[in-house]
Ligand binder design. Structure first.
Ligand code: NIG
Ligand code: FE
Length: 398
């Protein structure tokens, strides 16, 4: 077991509200002139550099800021194919309705296992290179038993936060017999995927012919829960709808998108803030020319929020949490500190994780370094690739 002491940290953001001597003004647990000792992939000690205990190795980060690695709690990385033309069409005014998902399903079914594995690996590496150390990965582009099971199986090679999304859309071959597809996703497909999945998700959006109604989504989620999976919902993305209501009713860990919310939705989310997190995905609004959710209103109402990328080939092919952070501050009314908290402890909460999104002795050494002296530069220098995950012990993103 080798220990390494990281020094030269101009500003350490820990998100640890109990850390002694830290500046807690914005709940960031900030220390200047800090050191962190890492041993065997875990954080062994955090504090002022002048008090750091001896270690086997030293690593001077050269006056940079260090923050908790980003927790990207919503991504769809298991896919093949390209839909850039769909993006270009949207920029000229063509609306998004989920119909393009079928294009990705065809390409994904046609891809070999190694090809798919390499695509996922490259996307996870791209995320780490931008500061993400924990990633949730959904399937959802197989939509038959073999290809959905393969999707979550490959996802599980890269993360423990895997999500079964057989109920992404109704595939074209089931368009005239939706109930048969719901039966498949809650029966044979669920049984094949559950061994590789921690979560189940459903695209509940009655205004899209491709997605699932409230009743269908309830059947899907209830079956997933009976199979031992935690619940997540894609909801309120394309219009007002039942997604939030259903997520709160069933005690889902997260309802994601929340682009169109009524006052009643906000009230329900606030009342359920210990259980259900509203995960905001502003890269999607950017890439679909949609209105941004009002994150300020949600926080002020007492809602628990998270920020994630939703990296996927249709509505947002960006794996960048710094991009989501910049949008959250510029377009959604959050302060930089609130945005950073939403993409770390907030998204960790949406995964029911308390070990990640924070730099604390005993936790995993998921450190992200910024080529800048302060976390504010993440926002101040939007678009400049200053964030990267430190990999002192070769940990993979989890
Ligand atoms: O999170 N809304 C549903 N699913 C994805 C998009 C999938 C796609 O268009 O390929 C989303 O936006
Ligand atoms: Fe999504």
């Amino acid at each position: 077991m080798t220990s390494t002491v990281f020094t030269g940290i101009a500003e350490l953001v820990t998100n640890d509200e109990l850390l002694e001597d830290a500046d807690q003004s914005e709940h960031l647990g900030r220390l200047r002139g800090a050191a962190v000792v890492v041993q065997d992939g875990l954080i062994a000690w955090v504090g002022p550099a002048s008090l750091a205990p001896p270690a086997d190795d030293g690593h001077d980060v050269g006056g940079r800021a260090v923050i908790p690695g980003f927790v990207d709690s919503h991504s769809h990385l298991v896919f093949a194919g390209d839909r850039s033309a769909e993006f270009a069409a949207r920029m000229t005014g063509v609306p998004y309705d989920g119909g393009g998902i079928a294009t990705t399903v065809s390409a994904t079914r046609a891809a070999g296992d190694d090809e798919l594995r390499a695509l996922v690996g490259a996307r996870v590496a791209e995320m780490r290179a931008q500061g993400t150390t924990t990633v949730e990965i959904k399937g959802g582009y197989g939509l038959n038993v073999k290809d959905e099971a393969r999707s979550v199986r490959i996802a599980a090679e890269f993360t423990s936060e895997t999500t079964y999304l057989g109920a992404h859309v109704v595939p074209p071959e089931y368009a005239d017999r939706r109930s048969d597809y719901v039966e498949l996703t809650t029966g044979e497909m669920l049984a094949a995927c559950a061994p590789y999945a921690r979560w189940i998700d459903v695209f509940c959006e009655p205004c899209s012919a491709h997605a699932f109604t409230e009743d269908e989504a309830r059947v899907v989620l209830t079956a997933g829960r009976a199979a031992g999976l935690g619940l997540r919902v894609h909801g309120n993305q394309l219009g007002h709808g039942p997604g939030v209501r259903l997520a709160v009713e069933l005690g889902a860990a997260s309802v994601d998108h929340c682009t169109f919310l009524s006052g009643a939705d906000v009230d329900q989310l606030a009342a359920a803030s210990d259980t259900t997190v509203a995960t905001l995905l502003p890269g999607v609004e950017f890439s679909t020319r949609s209105p941004y959710p009002d994150a300020r209103r949600l926080l002020d109402a007492g809602v628990s929020i998270a920020l994630a990328s939703d990296c996927n080939p249709g509505t947002c092919y960006s794996s960048s949490i710094p991009f989501a952070l910049a949008l959250a501050v510029r377009e959604m009314g959050l302060t930089p500190a609130e945005a950073l908290l939403a993409a770390t402890v907030g998204s960790a909460k949406s995964l029911r994780r308390h070990d990640v999104g924070v730099i604390r002795a005993g936790g995993p050494a998921d450190l992200t370094v910024l080529d800048a002296p302060s976390y504010l530069h993440l926002f101040y220098r939007a678009g400049v690739p200053i964030a990267r995950a430190l990999d002192p012990v070769g940990r993979r993103a989890r």
